[in-house]
Each structure stands twice: as structure tokens, then as C-alpha cells.
Design a protein around this ligand. Sequence first.
Ligand code: HEM
Length: 253
Amino acid sequence: MGLRPLNVAKWLEFDEHVDDELALKTQLLRERYDDVVATLPGSEEAAAELVRELTANLESYHPTRSRAISDEHPIVAASRLVQEDLCLLERRDAWRLSAACVCFPSRWSLASKLGATLDEIHGPVPGYDDALAGPTNAFFDRLGAERSYWRLNWTLLDSPVLHQPRGARRPPSGALSDWFFRVERQTLRRLARSGAVVFTIRTYVAPATTLVREHPDFGEHLWRALASAPPAVQDYKGWRGVADRLADALRSG
Ligand code: HEM
């Protein structure tokens, strides 16, 4: 599962793109609300607890980021405070996605996942059923409010656009100079009162050429990860043939 313990002082990450990304959220909430927000009835209480938790965290660790709370569904109000996308899962018959504000999805549709279980959400992910479904459900049942976790997920795309709600996971077009390395830093926390689990997704995008130039080992590590991924994962992620194209680009400098 790739989970590591999270220091709550580092739950939320702000960088120099904060103003642009919050403005983009505002625009998406105005123009594409149904693409970026999904809520089940009854999710307001857990979302309000999330607002309180976020506000307290901002006051403690990012005091300059404290803001007034808008009068909307609290999952939306919470999302306007931070660069992260926010999801809430609540235990009903199973863990289900009950509320989310996801402005920067990596090629998946939020509406199609509302109310879905963890297994259903991950239906398209190769190997999830066999290797990850059991441990992930058990992890959600065991997760306590006192210990939080984070994990990373990454891919290569041919566009730096943050809002990518759908589209086939096809290999990136063009060459290394057209590619972007996209990383999701995800965190998982249990809310003490409602018992809901908060899943945050913080998306970072950097031009692949910059990373190859600035980090001498990056190209080779990337190549190894692409080349060693099982065929089903290569298909799912849109990585077929990409390792060979990367090797050519690295050789030709
Ligand atoms: C321990 C917790 C979790 C693990 C280990 C996990 C693992 C994974 C993995 C391996 C993938 C494939 C992604 C890739 O490599 O590109 C994935 C995709 C995804 N995950 Fe998770 N995940 C976790 C929690 C969650 C939660 C809580 C959500 C709630 C929204 C979520 C939503 C998704 C979505 C929407 C995708 C894309 C699915 C698609 O292609 O339609 N994940 N996850």
C-alpha cells in the first residue's frame, strides 16, 4: 500500500502556486460544479468536522492561511482553504465515498465514484482485487484518529493541466520535452467524532526535462520504474512503449 506515518504538522502543503490553484478551484466550482463536487445526503456532519480539523491545523501550522469559512456544503468550504483535493469516506455497510471536492483529478470521473465502496472505486486498477483490496479495507477499519498516513502515486502525462476529469489513459504523445511528471501526495486521517476517513490528494506537476536536468539520477530511475511495471499496469497507466521512448531521449541527450 506504500503507506508511511504522517506528521500532522505536514498534513497540508502550500507552495508558490497557491493563489493560482485556489483561483482555478474557484473557476471550476463556478463553471463545472457537478464535475468537481459530489456529496451524499447525510455527509454534512463529517464534512463540518473536517472544516474544524482543517481550520485548527491551519491556525497551528500555517497561521497566514487562516480564512473565513464560506456558507456552502462544508466539503466545498474546506476545499477552498487548501491546495489539496478532499474526499470523505464513511463506514455504512462498507467504506463508501460520501463527499468529495476534487478539482484536479488524474483522468477519473468523480461523479462515477460517489457512494462507491473502496473496491468499486478501484475497479479499473489492475491487481487491486488480488493484492490491495484486503489490506486497504483492513487498514480503513483499523485506522485511528491518533495516527495518520501518507502515500505517493505518480505518472507521466503530455499535459500540465491540473483538471483532467476524463480521457483514456493513453501513452503521452511527443517526446521527453513534451512530458510532465505528475505526483499525487495522498494522506489518510480518521476524524475522531464522526469516524469518517479524510483522503487528501495534493497534485504536483513538473516538466520531465527539468527533472532530468536538475536531478542526475532521475532519468534512469524513471526508466527503471516504467520498464519494470507489469504489462497490465503499463496499459492502465498509459505507459506502453514509454520506457523505450524515454531511453532514446536520454541517450540522445
Ligand atoms: C490505502 C489506501 C489506498 C491505496 C493503497 C490505493 C491504491 C491505489 C492504486 C494503486 C491506484 C492505481 C493508481 C495508479 O497507479 O495510477 C489507485 C487509483 C485510484 N484511487 Fe486509490 N488507493 C487508496 C485509497 C483511495 C481512496 C480513499 C480513494 C477515494 C477517493 C481512492 C481513489 C482512487 C481513484 C479514483 C483511483 C483511479 C481509479 C480509476 O482509474 O478509475 N483511493 N489507488
